[in-house]
Design a protein around this ligand. Structure first.
Ligand code: QAP
Ligand code: CO
Length: 178
C-alpha cells in the first residue's frame, strides 16, 4: 500500500488554493486511492489533496462506520446550504486538537466523477459537515480559522513544539470515534 505524507498546521502550503481538475486519467484515480489509503491509515474521515501537498480540487471522504463506503469528490461546489449547526471538528492536519465550528446540516453540492461528468447530490449531518470542511481546504482554509486568533496561535505553537519533539499524536494514540 502506498501512502502520502500529511502536512501539519501552520505549514504555509496548507494555504494554497487548489486548482480545478481538467485531466481525467488513470493518474487521478491512482492519486485518489493513495489519498484514501492515507486517510484510512490515519483514521480520518476526510482528506483533501492540498493536505498531502497536491494542489488539485480532489477530496476523499468516508464517514461510514465500517469504513467501506469511500466517496471521491472532484471539483466539488456547494450551491445550497440550510440549517446552521455547531459541529465539533478535528483535522488530520491539526492532530490532537478539536473545537466547535459553525456549519450547515444540509447541503446540496455538485461534483465530478472520474470521467469528468458533473452530478448533483444532497448531504446531511456528519457527511455535510465533512464536505464543508474539505472544500475549505481546497480554498486554503482550516477549521482553526474559525477560532479566535489566540486559540489558533496557541494551537500552532503547540503543534510546532510537539513536531520538533517528534511527539505529534497519531491515530494510534488517539482513536477517532465519530
Ligand atoms: C474533517 O477530520 C472533519 O486530531 C475530517 O490526531 C472532522 O478526519 C469533518 C484526525 C470532524 C467533520 C467532523 C484528527 C486524525 C482526523 C486528529 C478528520 C488526529 C488524527 C480528522
Ligand atoms: Co481537515
Amino acid at each position: 500500500m502506498s501512502t502520502l505524507e500529511i502536512l501539519h498546521f501552520p505549514d504555509p502550503r496548507l494555504r494554497q488554493i487548489a486548482e480545478e481538475i481538467t485531466v481525467f486519467d488513470e493518474e487521478l484515480v491512482s492519486l485518489a486511492h493513495k489519498m484514501l489509503d492515507t486517510m484510512y491509515i490515519s483514521k480520518g474521515i476526510g482528506l483533501a489533496a492540498i493536505q498531502v501537498n497536491i494542489k488539485k480540487r480532489l477530496v476523499v471522504i468516508d464517514v461510514s462506520e465500517k469504513r467501506d463506503k469511500p466517496l471521491f469528490l472532484i471539483n466539488p461546489i456547494i450551491y445550497e446550504k440550510n440549517n446552521k449547526i455547531e459541529s465539533e471538528e478535528g483535522c488530520l492536519s491539526v492532530p490532537g486538537f478539536y473545537d466547535k465550528v459553525e456549519r450547515y446540516n444540509n447541503i446540496k453540492y455538485k461534483s465530478s466523477d472520474f470521467d469528468g461528468n458533473i452530478k448533483a447530490y444532497q448531504a446531511e449531518g456528519l457527511l455535510a459537515v465533512c464536505i464543508q470542511h474539505e472544500i475549505d481546504h481546497l480554498n486554503g482554509k482550516l477549521f482553526v480559522d474559525y477560532l479566535s486568533d489566540l486559540k489558533r496561535d496557541r494551537i500552532a505553537k503547540k503543534i510546532q513544539k510537539l513536531s520538533v519533539q517528534g511527539k505529534l499524536p497519531t491515530r494510534k494514540d488517539v482513536p477517532y470515534s465519530i
